[in-house]
Design a protein around this ligand. Structure first.
Ligand code: DAH
Length: 341
C-alpha cells in the first residue's frame, strides 16, 4: 500500500497532465477528484491514519493537493457548457427554451387603430409637447386666464415656471397646428395628458387622448357627424348607433358629446352603460370663431370641426377593462391578454 504522500504525488502528476477535450471529460475529472466521493475527499479522510508526528505536514500536503485539483478545474471551467464535445449526449436539434417576448400595450394598439381609421379618410398625424405653455393649453383655446372652464381641469403646473403646465388635453396640439400649418388642415393628434387627480379605478393622473381637427372652407357640422360615424362603425362594428348631445367646450361652438350604443348589452342595459343603453365616448364641436381669430384665420372664410377622445375610455368600451390602474401596473397577466388582438 503506497503511503499517503506517494498517492498524492501520483495524483498530482495525473492532474498536471490533465487536458480535457470538452465538457464531458471535464465533468469526469470533477467527479473523480472534486466530487462528494472524489479523491480529494477520500485522501482527506485518511489523515487520521497518519501518525501524529507527521500529521501536520501531511495536512499541508493535502491542502496543496486540493488547491491544485481545484485550480486545474477552474482553468478549464469555461468548457463546462461546451456542446461541441462529441462525448456529450446533448441533442442540439432540440427546440430551445422559449424566451418570452413582449406584446404591444393595449393602449398603444387602440391608439394605432384610431389613428389608422382616420388616416384612411385623409387625416395625418400631428404631435406636440407634453410640457405646454399657458397659451397653447388654455388661452388660445378661448380659455382666458380667469375663464371658469379652467376649473374643469386640475392642472399640474411646473413650479419654477408658472407659465408652463403638463398639458391637460391634446387640444393644445390643435393650437400648435393652427399656428404653424397652412390651411386646409386635417390632423389626428394622439398623446399623453396629465391631470391632478387621485389615482383610482376611474381616474388617473396621466392618461391618453386623440384629438382631431379639420379646418377648411365649407366644413360643416354634417361633416363632423359623418366623420365620427365612420370612425365608430370602423372601431365598434357596423351595427353601432350614435347620438349627439349638446354640451359645452370653450373652444367649440356649438359643442356636443357623442354616445354610442352600448357595446356590451347592445342597448338593453348593463353596468357599462349604467342601464341607459348608451356610453359616452368623446367631445366635439365646430371650432370656435375666437380660436380661429387667435391664429389669424378669418372665421367668415374658414370653418372647422374638432373632437377629442380618451384612449383609455375607448379601450374600456371595446375590451371591458374596468380599472384604469391596470394600464400602468405592468402586470404581464393583464398585458398578455391582448397579445392576439
Ligand atoms: N379637450 C377636451 C377634454 O379634454 C376634449 C375635447 C372636446 C376636444 C371637444 C375637442 C373638442 O377637440 O372639440 O375633455
Amino acid at each position: 500500500m503506497p503511503s499517503l504522500q506517494e498517492q498524492i504525488q501520483a495524483y498530482e502528476q495525473e492532474i498536471n497532465a490533465f487536458n480535457p477535450a470538452g465538457a464531458a471529460e471535464l465533468e469526469q475529472y470533477r467527479i473523480r477528484f472534486l466530487g462528494a466521493k472524489g479523491i480529494v475527499k477520500t485522501l482527506g479522510a485518511e489523515i487520521k491514519n497518519v501518525p501524529a508526528e507527521g500529521r501536520k505536514e501531511a495536512g499541508m500536503q493535502l491542502n496543496g493537493f486540493k488547491q491544485l485539483a481545484e485550480a486545474r478545474y477552474q482553468e478549464f471551467a469555461h468548457m463546462s457548457g461546451d456542446t461541441n464535445d462529441s462525448n456529450t449526449d446533448t441533442d442540439i436539434s432540440m427546440p430551445g427554451t422559449p424566451l418570452p417576448i413582449g406584446t404591444r400595450h393595449p393602449l398603444r394598439m387602440v391608439e394605432n387603430e384610431i389613428v389608422s381609421i382616420f388616416e384612411r379618410i385623409g387625416f395625418s398625424v400631428a404631435t406636440g409637447p407634453e410640457i405646454e405653455d399657458d397659451w397653447h393649453n388654455f388661452t388660445s383655446l378661448n380659455m382666458p386666464e380667469h375663464h371658469t372652464a379652467r376649473d374643469m381641469q386640475d392642472t399640474f403646473y411646473v413650479s419654477q415656471q408658472p407659465d408652463w403646465v403638463l398639458r391637460t388635453h391634446t387640444s393644445s396640439v390643435q393650437a400648435r397646428i393652427l399656428e404653424t400649418q397652412p390651411l386646409p388642415v386635417r390632423v389626428i393628434c394622439p398623446g399623453r395628458v396629465y391631470r391632478n387627480e387621485t389615482i383610482s379605478a376611474r381616474a388617473h393622473c396621466f392618461f391618453h387622448q386623440c384629438e382631431g381637427l379639420y379646418v377648411d372652407k365649407n366644413v360643416s357640422f354634417a361633416d363632423l357627424k359623418q366623420t365620427l360615424y365612420y370612425f365608430v362603425t370602423e372601431m365598434f362594428g357596423p351595427d353601432t348607433k350614435v347620438r349627439f348631445r349638446p354640451s359645452y367646450f370653450p373652444f367649440t361652438e356649438p359643442s356636443a358629446e357623442m354616445d354610442i350604443s352600448c357595446t356590451v348589452c347592445g342597448g338593453s342595459g348593463c353596468s357599462l352603460c349604467k342601464h341607459t343603453g348608451w356610453v359616452e365616448i368623446l367631445g366635439c364641436g365646430m371650432v370656435h370663431p375666437n380660436m380661429l381669430r387667435n391664429f389669424g384665420i378669418d372665421p367668415d372664410v374658414y370653418t372647422g370641426f374638432a373632437f377629442g377622445m380618451g384612449v383609455e375610455r375607448i379601450t374600456q368600451v371595446k375590451y371591458q377593462v374596468n380599472d384604469l390602474r391596470l394600464y400602468s401596473q405592468n402586470d404581464v397577466r393583464f398585458l398578455r391578454q391582448f397579445q392576439k388582438l
